[in-house]
Design a protein around this ligand. Structure first.
Ligand SMILES: Nc1nc2c(ncn2[C@@H]2O[C@H](COP(=O)(O)OP(=O)(O)OP(=O)(O)O)[C@@H](O)[C@H]2O)c(=O)[nH]1
Ligand SMILES: [Mg+2]
Length: 292
């Protein structure tokens, strides 16, 4: 029997639903999802295995104009997805107005690998709007196959997946056949905490937050996790902790419940908040936090 394997990289603007689409195809919540743009900061691989294939999805940060160093690193992560793909998915939603002179789109138009232009969130639109959207993209990415979906409602996601399997090259697997992701348990724990912060705090606070999981100790019955939350300023620390520590407690509780779901085990979670002044613009801190 032949075996197919390859990298399917999902790229697109912030907030279009890249993480939702990857999770839908994986049937597993790997990437965090929120209604706020710039939720995803790293490239995350989701690995889907079956006897005849191994699909390695890459969820990426949204493409943006960087205004601080962390965002430059996020953009690099998104750009790197152009390089090593076997199949490219450019994810968009209805109201994106593609600019044919955008260098990023021009690169995609010239890509040597198959490109699927997936139009997401069609649950919010009419057929006529979807049709117009496809025509608009035909001018920018004429070579790309266009597929409308709703990642949230899992509508037509199977069509995307079956096209991926058609287009995937023959290859032995790249990862062990029981691998689920390239990221560590610590990484996912940090993301679950960050997700709750994105959900519960306003304006700039979530963007000034980084989470570092300092210890992860598992025994038969319990996982003990201790994590440090970094912010950029003393005032943000106060907001994060909240009156009598209530706000932080809520983050801890909700994140812990997600972790217990994910690991199917009891979790004891300890959170601490620390200030690391202007870390988002500090190359060394960004590196320390694992951004390449
Ligand atoms: N109505 C609707 N909403 C969707 C759909 N797919 C995703 N969303 C919502 O869009 C928002 C962003 O989804 P994400 O999956 O986090 O988007 P993303 O592209 O990964 O965003 P970044 O990581 O910030 O670049 C969330 O509120 C999702 O629930 C869809 O098909 N229909
Ligand atoms: Mg995302």
């Amino acid at each position: 029997m032949t075996h197919k394997a390859g990298y399917v990289n999902i790229i697109g603007k912030p907030n279009v639903g890249k993480s939702t689409l990857m999770n839908a195809m994986m049937g597993e919540k790997l990437s965090i999802i929120t209604s706020r743009a710039q939720t995803t900061r790293h490239r995350i691989h989701g690995i889907l295995n079956a006897p005849g294939y191994q699909v390695i999805f890459s969820d990426t940060p949204g493409i943006l104009d960087p205004s601080y160093k962390l965002q430059e690193n996020m953009l690099k992560a998104a750009r790197s997805a152009l390089v090593d793909a076997d199949v490219l998915i450019y994810l968009t939603e209805l109201d994106e107005s593609p600019d044919p002179t955008d260098p990023f789109l021009q690169k995609i138009a010239r890509a040597k690998v198959p490109v699927l232009l997936v139009i997401n969130k069609i649950d919010l639109s009419t057929q006529e709007q979807v049709h117009q959207c496809m025509e608009k993209w035909e001018k920018v990415l004429p070579g790309a196959e266009k597929i409308p979906v709703s990642a949230l409602e899992n509508f037509n996601v199977d069509t995307v997946f079956s096209r991926i399997l058609d287009l995937l090259p023959e290859s032995p697997p790249y990862y062990p056949k029981d691998a689920l992701t390239d990221k560590s348990e610590r990484f996912f724990v940090g993301e679950m905490i960050r997700e709750k912060i994105l959900l519960h705090y306003k304006q700039e606070v979530p963007y000034a937050v980084e989470v570092e999981v300092e210890s992860f100790k598992e025994d038969e019955k319990l996982i003990r996790i201790s994590a440090q939350i970094y912010v950029e300023r003393e005032s943000q620390k106060g907001i994060l902790i909240g009156n009598e520590g209530k706000a932080l407690k809520r983050v801890g509780k909700e994140a812990r419940l997600d972790m217990e779901d994910f690991f199917r085990k009891k979790v004891f979670l300890e959170l601490r908040v620390k200030v690391k002044k202007d870390w988002r613009n500090n190359e060394r801190f960004i590196k320390d936090f694992g951004y390449r």
